[in-house]
Design a protein around this ligand. Structure first.
Ligand code: ADP
Length: 486
């Protein structure tokens, strides 16, 4: 049992219509990926439990959508404050169920909460419009109205922030929410519900159903006629299935899917800066984020220098249980994730890769993998093309700007891209020509609630964060008012 300052944050039942409920399929185990030990059992919800949650959300929508934005904002603000007050406990819950180092988990709590603060403010400034009329007996206006019940499915890699990025703008806009977190990381989601309740957010506005049968719950959230909008963060493969399911009732769909981020270092770059940001973007969350650096392209003239410095930096990355002080990366989420690294390595070894560092399991436990650096990469290796989602860094080289742009864009993904150069003309050209929703020059740091985060191509639809992140939760209504002169 975790030692929390506020033990009431340790919730193990589903939260539906303001009540804590057991799951119709019994319970499921939550396992610490670092130790392999069971943390607790939580409610195992079903499709029927999800339907009940949708009904509750539809009922709550009637009053929540009519609650003035100022009042919704005040409740959300309270929720935000309570989350920040509990950041240490919420971080500890996350480290236990997800594995990331405690400071990184606490950082995610603050990042996730920032979306609640931002959208509590933003919802007060969403306005319709008055359009110059086309006839004197008519007046033309638009209204912005909440879409209705929003179905959400979120992944395990950001067990808190992926929830708030969806739920906060939805609730701020006047929508109600039914959310399925990943079954591996439900405790962070349920603790958020506990705090929403304490903040005074009315019953039925936020509902969380945890369940092991994701496809069955997903069918309800994508096909129930009372769900107006569906929003998903996860893999592109699953996103495609869910998008197709949404077609049956023409739901509004937002998707945050996979990435394949290029990290380009031009010959005039500040190499030390590039190396430092390569480490943070590659190894954050053990490499398990959709914006993690995936393909490293270094100009051939500086390749050797860059590789040496990167090797030194990677050898300093501390792998440890997330509760150990000084840990930089914890375990991968499960054994399948480790096996995926092994299959990348097997393919690369067969094709003649040079293993500079790591390249195998870590002695700490079965879910741990060594921070790895590879060289001598050929175009046909899987690590040169696929989303790695783990702590393997592979350096490729290039000669010209044109060549590297073509390589960087040669993927069906288009989420985040990074590049380093001191040439301001190149900064402009490359930022314009990279086919990505997020382009980051001379830094790996970009996450903020005030700007839009979203993927191009098969990395997604829509944006989370910024002004854009709330617009999809409103419908636009055109009111054509006649009879003005009569
Ligand atoms: P990841 O590789 O990050 O786990 P997934 O797309 O597999 O990405 O999972 C993201 C979320 O989608 C999780 O909450 C998972 O339970 C859910 N999920 C996976 N498959 C389905 C499905 N067929 N229908 C609905 N949800 C699903």
């Amino acid at each position: 049992m975790l030692n929390l300052q506020d033990s009431a944050l340790f919730r193990t039942e589903n939260y539906v219509n303001g009540k804590w409920q057991s799951g119709s399929a019994g319970s499921l185990e939550v396992v610490n990926p670092s130790t392999g030990e069971s943390i607790t059992k939580v409610a195992n919800g079903t499709a029927a439990d999800t339907e009940a949650a949708v009904e509750a959300a539809a009922e709550a929508f009637k009053s929540w959508s009519k609650t003035p934005a100022k009042q919704r904002a005040a409740l959300l603000r309270k929720w935000y404050e309570l989350i920040l007050e509990s950041a240490d406990d919420l971080g500890a819950l996350m480290t236990a169920e997800q594995g990331k180092p405690l400071p990184e988990a606490v950082g995610e709590i603050a990042y996730g909460a920032s979306f609640i603060e931002f959208y509590a403010e933003e919802c007060k400034r969403i306005s319709g419009s008055t359009i110059p009329t086309v006839a004197n007996d008519r007046r033309l206006q638009t209204y912005k109205q909440p879409v209705g019940v929003v179905g959400c499915i979120t992944p395990w890699n950001f067990p808190s922030a992926m929830i708030t990025r969806k739920a906060a703008p939805a609730m701020a806009a006047g929508c109600t929410v039914v959310l399925k977190p990943d079954a591996g990381t439900p405790l962070s989601a349920l603790a958020l519900c506990e705090l929403a309740e304490r903040a005074g957010i009315p019953a039925g506005v936020l509902n969380v159903v945890v369940g092991s049968d994701a496809p069955a719950i997903g069918l309800v959230l994508t096909q129930h006629p009372k769900v107006a909008k569906f929003t998903f963060t996860g893999s592109t493969a699953v996103g495609k299935i869910l998008m197709a399911q949404c077609a049956t009732t023409v739901k509004k769909v937002s998707l945050e899917l996979g990435g394949n981020a290029p990290f380009i270092v031009f010959d005039d770059a500040n190499i030390d800066e590039a190396v430092a940001h390569c480490i943070t973007t590659k190894f954050r969350n053990g490499g398990q984020t959709c914006v993690c650096t995936n393909r490293i392209y270094v100009h051939s003239s500086i390749q050797q220098k860059f590789a040496e410095k990167l090797k030194t930096a990677i050898s300093e990355v501390v792998v440890a249980d997330g509760f150990t002080e000084g840990a930089n990366i914890g375990p991968l989420i499960n054994i399948q994730a480790v096996e995926k690294m092994e299959s990348f390595m097997e393919d690369a070894r067969e094709k003649g890769v040079e293993v500079v560092l790591g390249g195998g399991r870590h002695e700490l436990g079965e879910n741990f993998y060594q921070p790895t650096l590879l060289a001598n990469i050929s175009d046909d290796m899987r690590i040169a093309n696929e989303e790695i989602f783990g702590p393997i860094a592979a350096i490729q080289t290039f000669e010209t700007e044109q060549e590297v742009l073509e390589k960087a864009n040669a993927t069906e993904y288009g989420l985040a891209a990074y590049f380093f150069t001191r040439d301001v003309g190149r900064v402009m050209r490359v930022s314009e020509d990279l086919q990505y929703g997020i382009v980051c020059s001379n830094s790996g740091v970009f996450s903020t609630e005030v700007a839009p985060f979203g993927g191009w191509k098969q990395s997604g639809i829509g944006s989370e964060g910024g002004h854009e992140g709330i617009t999809d939760f409103y419908e636009t209504k055109f009111h054509s008012m006649g009879g003005i002169d009569i």
